[in-house]
Design a binder for this molecule. Structure first.
Ligand code: ADP
Ligand code: MG
Length: 231
């Protein structure tokens, strides 16, 4: 599903300075795998996630996502690939304010050209899956953190993505609420075969995934199985 070789990411911070943030990463994730990425703050996790999610391109290296060679495709095709293949979940939820939970979940389908009736039907189904169907007319500011994240997960699933990318999805939640969100990822993995890349600061949550990739200062220093086998 994800096949990266020698990925380098540099940021230019004004001539002649440049920062090399990712220093030649090789990452392979197979279809249906649940992988976590751990590492200290500033180690490059979010930069990597932006590249995996084709929000950003690598400076060097090759990346094939679900059979698509990202290096050779045009910019305008990138957003289409992103919208159809990837579901994003962020620490800060990133719901659209002053827009109901239902409309938030419908939005990626609107961009994908799904007809209105079908959008609403599927959005309601997804909100039921995350047990938020009784809150579908609520605005984001009328929801708790855990509820916002459940809506965000429903939204991430809107276009039935091949991959779910979650950048510290439990980082802003208390332990019990984080647990519920983590259980939701396990369900999507187990029951729907989703490929999931989870960035987390929480070593216990990482242990629950099938494989743990450890980043340090833009390099992979660990790549090992998690402690618990997920069925
Ligand atoms: P993490 O998610 O692991 O905390 P990030 O990927 O956000 O780390 O950042 C890694 C490093 O890259 C940090 O030192 C950060 O300051 C730097 N960085 C991230 N984005 C940019 C950017 N757009 N321009 C310059 N430096 C950046
Ligand atoms: Mg980060």
């Amino acid at each position: 599903m994800i096949d990266m070789h020698d990925i380098v990411k540099k940021f230019y911070i004004g001539q002649p300075n440049e920062l090399t943030i990712l220093k030649g990463l090789d990452i392979q994730v197979r279809e249906g795998e649940f992988v976590s990425v751990v590492g200290a703050s500033g180690s490059g996790k979010s930069t990597l996630m932006n590249i995996i999610g084709v929000l950003d391109r690598p400076s060097e290296g090759s990346y094939v996502l679900d059979g698509v060679d990202i290096a050779t495709i045009a910019d305008d095709e990138l957003s289409e690939i992103r919208n159809s293949k990837i579901g994003f979940v962020f620490q800060t939820f990133n719901l659209i304010p002053r827009t109901s939970a239902l409309r938030n979940v419908e939005l990626p389908m609107l961009y994908a050209g799904v007809p209105m009736g079908e959008r609403t039907r599927r959005a309601k189904q997804l909100l039921a899956m995350v047990e938020m169907d009784d809150r579908m007319d609520h605005m984001p500011n009328e929801l708790s953190g855990g509820q916002k994240q459940r809506v965000a997960i429903a939204r991430a699933m809107a276009n039935d993505p091949s991959i779910i990318l979650a950048d510290e999805p439990t980082g802003a939640l208390d332990t019990a609420t984080g647990r519920l969100v983590m259980d939701l990822f396990h369900t999507l993995h187990r029951d729907q075969g989703k490929t999931i890349v989870l960035i987390t600061h929480n070593p216990e949550l990482a242990q629950e995934t099938e494989r743990i990739i450890t980043l340090s200062d833009g390099e992979i220093i660990g790549n090992r199985a998690g402690a618990e086998v997920c069925i």
